[in-house]
Design a protein. Structure first.
Length: 183
């Protein structure tokens, strides 16, 4: 299956809970930076088990497409009956996390922090936001989930919470969850 990239980023998959390796080309000898857990990606092309993905910032790589977790074709419907929470507190948390990261980068550049101090200061810091017009996908680190928002309310889109059953990897698989209105 091959799909030409559209004019904007539309996530079709998320990276599994444990993250995943990435490659510059469909060749295991050319590794690049691994992808973070639950990162939304757009699967642009498949070649056997290889998948060419694009991230919201335009960065692209090849991955083992069998590890990607498909997301619904369309964001969850938010019709007034299924929204789960107000997006403002989560946006405020994202703003604070970005400000904390920005401060650490500035202190590293100014020599106030060394590499070890920077690593310590940013350890555990997680932030993810994709905005596409009125649609927003936001990572909620407190709940280990991606949520979809329409500006008024948020609905769970994907989560890495533990589920029953073990696939032999020692990790709980990522699972998609239906919006509250569909449960």
């Amino acid at each position: 299956m091959s799909r030409a990239p559209g004019p904007g980023f539309r996530p079709t998959h998320v990276v599994p809970r444990g993250g995943t390796p990435a490659w510059e080309s469909p060749d295991p000898a050319r590794p690049t930076v691994p992808l973070d857990p639950l990162l939304p990606v757009e699967l642009v092309e498949r070649r056997g088990d290889w998948g060419y993905i694009r991230c919201s910032n335009g960065w692209a790589a090849w991955v083992d497409s069998r590890r990607l977790v498909a997301v619904p074709d369309d964001p969850p419907a938010v019709d007034g009956t299924g929204g789960t929470s107000d997006p403002l507190p989560l946006l405020a948390h994202a703003e604070q996390a970005l400000a904390d990261y920005r401060t650490a980068v500035r202190e590293l550049a100014d020599g106030v922090l060394d590499g070890e101090g920077f690593e310590e200061r940013t350890r555990g810091l997680r932030l993810g936001i994709v905005v596409d017009g009125e649609s927003m996908w936001l990572y909620d680190p407190g709940e280990s989930r991606w949520v979809y928002g329409d500006g008024r309310r948020l609905t769970t889109y994907a989560t890495d919470r533990a589920v029953t059953g073990d696939d032999g990897t020692g990790q709980a698989p990522t699972r998609l969850v239906a919006p509250e209105s569909e449960r």
